[in-house]
Design a protein. Structure first.
Length: 224
C-alpha cells in the first residue's frame, strides 16, 4: 500500500505505469547470472520489482515457483497477459518493497534488479529488514542498485541520508532514487542478518552520448 503522504511513491508508480505502457520492458533480456542463481536453489522465489516479467517469465518456464511484486499496476497487467498467452501462471502482487505482504520465511531466493534504489533511505532500510523477514535462513538475495558514480541523467540532490536525488530530465523526471556507495551496501547487509557472498561489484556502461556513465552495483547476499 502507498500512504497518502508518500508523494514520491505515487510519482514512482505513475512514471513506471507510463513507461510500461510505452513498452519499456520489451526486448530486455534476463540476466543469465540471475537465472542460474535461482536454478541452483529451487526453493520458492520472490521477484521484487518484477515489472513485466523479464526474469519471472523465464524462471516460471523452467518450472520454478515464482511470486512477483511490483509498484506498477500496468506492469502487472502486461505480465499477466504474457503469462496467459504462454499458458503459465504466477502469483502477482501490487505494492512497495518496504511493506511485503508475505509470511515470514516464505522464500528461498529473492531477486531485486534495479528496484530498491527507487526509495528514500528510510524505506531502503525497511526493505532490507522485510527481505530478511520473508527469506529462509541460508536463502540468497540478488540485488542490483545504482552507484554514486552514475552520471546517466541530470539530477538534483535532495535532503536524505547519503546521496539521494531526483532526475531533472528524462523518463524518470522527478522520481526519487538513491545512489549507493559500497559501504552502504555492506552496512545494510551486516545490520540485517546477511553475509555477502559476491560483490559488491560495480559495473559501468558508457551511455549513448559517450560522455556519461551508467553505473550499477551487483551483490549477492546469504541470510544468516
Amino acid at each position: 500500500m502507498i500512504d497518502s503522504t508518500d508523494s514520491h511513491l505515487r510519482l514512482t508508480r505513475e512514471v513506471w505505469n507510463g513507461m510500461h505502457l510505452d513498452d519499456w520492458g520489451d526486448g530486455k533480456e534476463p540476466e543469465q547470472r540471475i537465472l542460474d542463481l535461482c536454478e541452483s536453489n529451487r526453493e520458492k522465489i520472490l521477484d521484487l520489482g518484477c515489472g513485466d516479467g523479464r526474469h519471472l517469465i523465464p524462471l516460471v518456464q523452467k518450472g520454478l515457483e515464482v511470486v512477483g511484486l511490483d509498484i506498477s499496476p500496468e506492469a502487472l497487467i502486461i505480465l499477466k497477459r504474457k503469462l496467459n498467452e504462454l499458458g503459465l501462471d504466477a502469483d502477482l502482487y501490487c505494492g512497495t518493497s518496504h511493506e511485503l505482504p508475505f509470511n515470514d520465511n516464505e522464500f528461498g531466493t529473492v531477486i531485486s534488479i534495479g528496484v530498491i534504489h527507487h526509495n528514500l533511505w528510510k524505506d531502503i532500510v525497511k526493505t532490507m529488514k522485510e527481505i530478511r523477514r520473508v527469506i529462509i535462513d541460508g536463502g540468497q538475495v540478488a540485488l542490483k542498485v545504482r552507484s554514486t558514480n552514475d552520471t546517466s541523467q541530470p539530477r538534483v540532490q535532495i535532503d536524505d541520508f547519503g546521496y539521494t536525488a531526483k532526475d531533472t530530465a528524462g523518463k524518470k523526471e522527478g522520481v526519487v532514487q538513491h545512489y549507493f556507495t559500497k559501504e552502504e551496501i555492506e552496512f545494510l547487509a551486516e545490520n540485517n542478518g546477511f553475509d555477502i557472498v559476491h560483490g559488491p561489484t560495480e559495473k559501468q556502461y558508457e551511455c549513448k552520448d559517450s560522455e556519461s556513465i551508467k553505473a550499477r552495483w551487483d551483490v549477492i547476499l546469504r541470510a544468516k
